[in-house]
Ligand binder design. Structure first.
Ligand code: G3I
Length: 491
């Protein structure tokens, strides 16, 4: 929808002061500066993921913490853990009102002493309920469930990175319905009640909904998507969605797109229980999942569901280490994919940094034309000189969107006059955090596209020009090289 400029905003078409600009901007081409050096390649999953601002975790079973080979791999490779079973309802509240945290604490203490983050799994689930809860219904069950959420999340307050507040509440198949369960039968609002209780009990934890068979775009994932969108609209506290990713021999072609559509709702996404059937495609699928997570700015981490094949709940050798603790081809493919995030991969945006944006097609930099300070000044490309009029900072607008602020003028990139048309000018304007000033950073494999919140179009060099002074406009996203920018940190 086209929106008028805010009151008091005067819009004039950007001036075309070609001669003056050619003279003065030409003087700016002092030196061409070499691109920033590539990030170092991590040698373990955890260190490599951390270089990309993400975690790489494993599901841990408390009884295996006395297995030295297991612990050696865990400590070397992973910087996050989740309890495979020890935080579930049957483990933590075996009798109503009697809480036991011994095995869960062993895992949490192990992680904390080594600086690993902890995912919490899971507060409410239809499975692995204690017998007393399985036999309850109605308001008694609802009260017991909410009390469980409050007590367990409260017990670990401040120690949990992300909680799977509710697990697997949607049915399989094409209907997009909730799964029938004793919890569901207490009323459709049981999920939001659980999220509200979890937020009150541990305000610092990210609160996730977690499920399986939601890895591509399908009826089940769309049902979850609709719930998350509704929760966001109504202020139900949800911060993240977990995609279990128990995979067979194929990876859905729309895996990344599915993660992205959830991220676009303003939640983080996490790969929470990854394991992949052994076979010719195992390594390829692990690499594909890893690349997809790196390509989605709000994908904050990956957890594999166990360490060695012998530790898995599955019998088809689905993990990264074999039964003797050796690295498998799937391990190497995963690590390579993490490292290949590559020299240009910005990882999460650093909002304190200044970046030069170098166009992939032309090699030229996004440039505030003629060092202008006025609203409506042209944005062009120019040979890179790292001047203040080529330096930009990402200012967080929330929801995965940023304004892009000029170091020279303090003004921000702006789709002129809130246009939604192809070819509309990108100018600078005083920062009013308008939707035409907000951009999502989409990954193009080491380069980024800047997607307008207003128009969903991307920032490009018009006509794929390679000339100094070429216009920067918005255009429909086709992932062209003239739409891709390398973020080179310069300050
Ligand atoms: O510890 C007892 C043992 O004493 C007993 O002798 C044995 C008899 O079968 O059972 C053991 O408990 C088993 C437990 O795993 C520990 O190994 C349970 O029977 C078994 O049901 C349980 O399975 C777990 C399963 O969740 C329960 O549904 C798996 O380890 C665990 O990997 C799996 O994890 C789930 C996630 O939580 C949610 N997403 C799917 C994922 C895979 O099913």
């Amino acid at each position: 929808m086209r929106r008028p400029p805010p009151p008091g905003r005067r819009r004039r078409h950007p001036a075309r002061r070609a001669l003056l600009a050619l003279l003065s901007a030409g003087a700016l081409i002092a030196t061409l500066v070499a691109p920033a050096s590539p990030a170092t390649a991590g040698t373990t999953l955890g260190t490599s993921a951390a270089e990309k601002g993400r975690y790489f975790g494993a599901a841990v079973a408390a009884q295996r913490l006395s297995d030295s080979q297991y612990v050696t791999i865990l400590n070397r490779e992973f910087n996050s853990v989740v309890a495979e079973n020890e935080m579930k309802w049957d483990a933590t509240e075996p009798q109503q009102g009697v809480f036991t945290f011994g095995n869960a604490d062993r895992i949490v203490n192990h992680a904390q002493s080594r600086g690993m983050s902890v995912r919490g799994h899971t507060l409410l689930w239809h499975a692995q309920q204690p017998g007393w809860a399985q036999n309850m219904s109605g308001s008694a069950l609802r009260n017991a469930a909410i009390n469980h959420v409050s007590r367990v999340a409260g017990n670990y307050r401040g120690k949990i990175h992300s909680w799977d507040v509710v697990n697997e509440a949607f049915a399989d198949g094409g209907g997009g319905a909730r799964r029938d369960s004793n919890l569901q039968r207490t009323g459709n609002d049981w999920i939001e009640a659980a999220f509200r209780a979890a937020r009150a009990a541990d305000p610092g934890a990210k609160l996730c909904y977690n499920d399986y068979n939601t890895d591509g775009v399908n009826a089940k994932s769309t049902a979850v998507y609709n719930m998350v969108r509704d929760f966001r609209a109504r202020g139900v506290p949800i911060d993240c969605v977990g995609f279990q990713s128990h995979l067979g021999t194929t990876l859905p072609g729309d895996y990344q797109a599915n993660l992205q559509r959830f991220a676009d709702l303003g939640v983080d996404v996490q790969i929470t229980e990854l394991d992949v059937a052994q076979g010719g495609s195992q390594a390829t699928i692990y690499a594909g999942v890893t690349r997809a997570c790196l390509a989605v700015a709000r994908c904050t981490g990956i957890t594999v569901w166990g360490v060695r094949d012998s530790d898995s709940w599955r019998s088809d050798n689905p993990l990264l280490f074999d039964r003797s603790g050796n690295k498998k081809a799937a391990y190497t493919a995963t690590l390579d994919a993490l490292n290949a995030g590559g020299s240009g991969d910005p990882g999460p945006i650093d909002t304190s940094a200044w970046y030069v944006l170098v166009n992939r097609n032309s090699g030229k930099a996004l440039d505030l034309y003629n060092r202008d300070s006025a609203d409506g000044a042209r944005i062009t490309q120019w040979s890179r000189n790292d001047g203040a009029n080529q330096q930009w900072q990402f200012v967080d607008s929330g929801g995965g969107y940023y304004r892009v602020k000029s170091r020279h003028s303090g003004k921000v990139l702006d789709v002129y006059n809130f246009s939604t048309a192809d070819g509309a000018a990108i100018v600078q304007w005083s920062d009013h955090n308008g939707t035409n000033q907000q951009f999502r950073v989409a990954d193009s494999g080491g380069y980024v596209r800047l997607v307008s919140r207003q128009s969903a179009k991307v920032v490009e060099v018009q006509g794929a020009s390679t000339a100094d002074g070429a216009n920067i406009v918005q255009y429909a996203d086709w992932n062209g090289a003239n739409q891709q920018w390398q973020l080179v940190r310069v300050g």
